[in-house]
Design a protein. Structure first.
Length: 44
C-alpha cells in the first residue's frame, strides 16, 4: 500500500509496509521531503 502525504502543495508518496506505525510513515515522508527540498534548492 502507498500513502500520499501533503507538505503544503508538495505531495510525497510513501510506501507503507506491514507492521509500520504512523511514526514510521512520518519519518519516511519527512526524509523524502527533505531530499526533494535539497535537490530543488541546490539547482537554483
Amino acid at each position: 500500500m502507498k500513502v500520499t502525504v501533503n507538505f503544503g502543495e508538495t505531495r510525497i508518496v510513501v510506501p507503507c509496509k506491514d507492521g509500520w506505525m504512523v511514526r514510521d510513515l512520518i519519518d519516511q515522508a519527512t526524509q523524502r521531503y527533505k531530499k526533494i527540498v535539497e535537490q530543488v534548492t541546490c539547482c537554483f
